[in-house]
Design a protein around this ligand. Structure first.
Ligand code: ZN
Length: 287
């Protein structure tokens, strides 16, 4: 069905071909004008040579049509891939206590979990962040990650929690996978509760709901062991407590569940998660 369409030249090529003779004609007239002027002026200053004016018209017709703005142009998103690959070898640094955002303290960071086969949560979160970033960037957004690689240490949860406002972001999403009993399954999206600021009291809950809805639309099942209908209000996550922009944390699945581990460990599975999470972010930003 598409063969006849393919046989036609693209619109741009038609346009370029159609204007070429016009440009040649204009150039001819411009040369003629210069020749006449030089011949008649006797070497005077050609202050009013219309060469540039003559050339302007056909060039203007070559201007490309205005491109529609990308849907996320001007938006900034912070993605926070959980944990880090160097955390396991930096126990002292990672276990030092930092503020938890509610007057207490907690560990700077943790190593995260892994599948039974050894696929780590930090590697999953890092890979997923790249995939979500690619989709958001293609839609016009500026994307900032809370860590530059998967072989460093930290940052601590309080620093991650402030990353959204530090980047002037419209929102922040933390990316994780859970480590629960093997029989448990499903994703959940956490948000800070009770809320500590206006962004947490409403917009963060909406963001969590948009992510939940997009994951369900992407074929993922809500958690059967934590939260309610895929949402989990949490007081103890420093990475969310410090946020003054809408922030949510996605626990994509249970890495200790064999069926879910297989999805998390496959590039195709991670691409499906990325598509759903990027769609949830876009839904929130479009509202
Ligand atoms: Zn985690």
């Amino acid at each position: 069905m598409s063969a006849p369409r393919r046989a036609l030249p693209p619109t741009g090529a038609v346009s370029r071909r159609a204007t070429a003779p016009r440009r040649a004609r204009a150039l001819g007239w411009a040369c003629a004008a210069v020749v006449v002027l030089v011949a008649c002026s006797g070497g005077g200053v050609p202050a009013a040579i219309p060469a540039s004016a003559a050339a302007a018209s056909p060039v203007a017709t070559d201007a490309p049509p205005a491109q529609p703005a990308l849907p996320l142009a001007g938006r900034t998103v912070v993605l926070d891939p959980g944990h880090n690959g160097g955390n396991g070898a930096a126990r002292g640094e990672v276990t030092r206590q930092v503020p938890d955002g509610r007057g207490g303290t907690k560990a700077c960071n943790t190593t995260g979990t892994s599948t039974d086969a050894g696929y780590t949560e930090h590697a999953f979160a890092w890979d997923l962040a790249q995939r979500v970033q690619a989709r958001l960037t293609a839609a016009g957004a500026r994307v900032v990650l809370t860590r530059p690689s998967d072989d460093g240490v930290g940052p601590c949860v309080d620093e991650r929690g402030r990353a959204g406002q530090a980047a002037g972001a419209d929102l922040m999403v933390s990316l994780h996978a859970d480590g629960s009993a093997a029989g448990n399954s499903g994703f959940h999206v956490a948000y800070s509760n009770p809320p500590l600021n206006p962004a947490q009291s409403g917009p963060a809950v909406v963001l969590a709901g948009d992510l939940r809805d997009a994951l369900v639309a992407g074929g993922f099942r809500v958690s059967d062991y934590i939260g309610e209908n895929g949402l989990s209000p949490r007081p103890d996550l420093g990475g969310l407590n410090f946020a003054t922009v809408p922030a949510a944390l996605v626990e994509c699945a249970n890495m200790r569940n064999a069926a879910e581990a297989a999805v998390l460990a496959s590039a195709d599975g991670r691409e499906r998660y990325a598509a759903a999470i990027a769609a949830g972010i876009q839904r929130f930003l479009a509202a």
